[in-house]
Ligand binder design. Structure first.
Ligand SMILES: [Zn+2]
Ligand SMILES: [Zn+2]
Length: 400
């Protein structure tokens, strides 16, 4: 009964707060729709400004990123669970907010303020991680490398979607790598025997990865391009390069495949008598899905009257990768999705960008704020639930 009372109070205050957020910063952020991802200064000002007004302390420029921030609110001394919301606010070149990150940033701020206002005498910390450039340079990677997410015990985010409410996210871990071959230039007709072709190295590597494809699990994706194929057709190529993505559903297995790709690349260098340099550009982990976390989210989503929420269990082969995965390998972090458009509207499209500013987009923003605030409230006030989710997460991450 007591829980129910608090729950009602939360909804009332939460609704007020998120309505304010919905009417305020989101409209302004939407106005920055033509801004591409590195240009997120205005969004950061709007989001942190509202958090400051509501008693949050802000650290800007964390992990060496000008547009990354951490906002913290300490309730009743702050010595309790640290509940976090992982905000994003970058837009896409040309199509603007066609991934709905304008709703992600604002719903995280709405949830954080609603939670902070409703904790009463419960000691807790409320944290908003401002994570820039998800679509491009992946702000969560340096933030994770700096150990920032570990300041929280748990994290969450609503990423808008199309069609259906979803809980959990199957995403692919990835490694992005450059393979640079260096050979010996020579006249391609007059003295080919004096040359060693870097392009041969690249081609043999491409060929080898094609044979590898047959002998890996079906979730593995290997896709690459030739980024440098030589400078002139009458010169044995001295330098040649390929860029590859290797992806898979689970980080530990993916690591073994990446090692096999390395071996193929090394073998190609040996065959072509060229020198190989491998450069790791970036890595994402897969999003770690924790069953008890998804269950708790489903319960709360249903309490807010949203039926037919679908927990993601089987792999959706259309899945991509996200830097959220790397955050979720540092703390238990859940993604859920509320639809802002019908199923046939694709993300990263102009139609989707319009949908994020529609009445359905606003409704998703308000609902996401309420759902995350109440989930956060439950973790702050039900230590056994938090312990359970953290223990389950440990198990999934360690592969046991
Ligand atoms: Zn996107
Ligand atoms: Zn996105």
């Amino acid at each position: 009964m007591q829980r129910k009372m608090k729950f009602i109070a939360l909804i009332v205050v939460g609704l007020f707060v998120v309505s304010f957020v919905a009417a305020g910063p989101k409209e302004d952020i939407a106005a920055t729709v033509d801004r591409i991802s590195p240009d997120q200064y205005k969004a950061v000002e709007l989001l942190t400004g509202y958090l400051v007004q509501n008693g949050f302390k802000i650290e800007k420029g964390v992990a060496g990123l000008e547009t990354a921030f951490i906002a913290t609110y300490e309730n009743a001394g702050g010595n309790g669970p640290a509940i976090s919301f992982l905000a994003e606010y970058d837009a896409l070149a040309e199509v603007g907010h066609a991934c709905g990150h304008n709703i992600i940033g604002t719903s995280c701020v709405g949830a954080a303020v609603a939670l902070a206002k409703n904790l009463g005498s419960t000691p807790a910390k409320v944290i908003v991680f401002g994570c820039p450039a998800e679509e491009t340079t992946s702000g969560k990677l340096p933030m994770a490398a700096a150990g920032l997410f570990k300041r929280a015990d748990i994290g969450m985010q609503m990423h808008p979607g199309s069609g259906q409410t979803t809980i959990g996210s199957k995403s692919l871990a990835l490694n992005l790598m450059d393979f640079n071959y260096e050979g010996k230039a020579s006249h391609a007709a007059a003295a080919p025997e004096m040359g060693r072709s870097a392009l041969d190295g690249v081609m043999l590597m491409l060929m080898g990865t094609e044979f590898l494809r047959e002998h890996v699990k079906s979730d593995i994706r290997i896709h690459g391009i030739v980024t440098n194929g030589g400078a002139a057709a009458n010169v044995v190529p001295e330098k040649a390069s390929a860029r590859f993505y290797v992806r898979g559903l689970e980080r530990p297995y993916l690591n073994t495949v990446v090692e096999r790709v390395y071996n193929i690349a090394r073998g190609a260098a040996m065959m072509s008598e060229t020198k190989l340099t491998i450069t790791e550009i970036k890595q994402y982990d897969n999003v770690v899905n924790v069953p008890s976390f998804m269950d708790a989210a489903e319960e709360v989503i249903k309490e807010f009257g949203i039926e037919n929420a679908r927990k993601i269990q089987p792999w959706d082969p259309a899945g991509g990768s996200t830097d959220f995965g790397t955050a979720s390998s540092q703390i238990p972090a859940l993604i859920f999705g509320l639809p802002v458009a019908p199923a046939d509207v694709a993300g990263h499209s102009r139609e989707y960008a319009i949908a994020t500013k529609s009445p359905q987009g606003n409704e998703a923003l308000v609902n996401a704020s309420k759902i995350m605030a109440y989930l956060g409230y439950r973790f702050a006030t039900e230590p056994e639930l938090l312990d359970q989710v953290r223990a389950d997460w440990e198990k999934v991450v360690s592969g046991n």
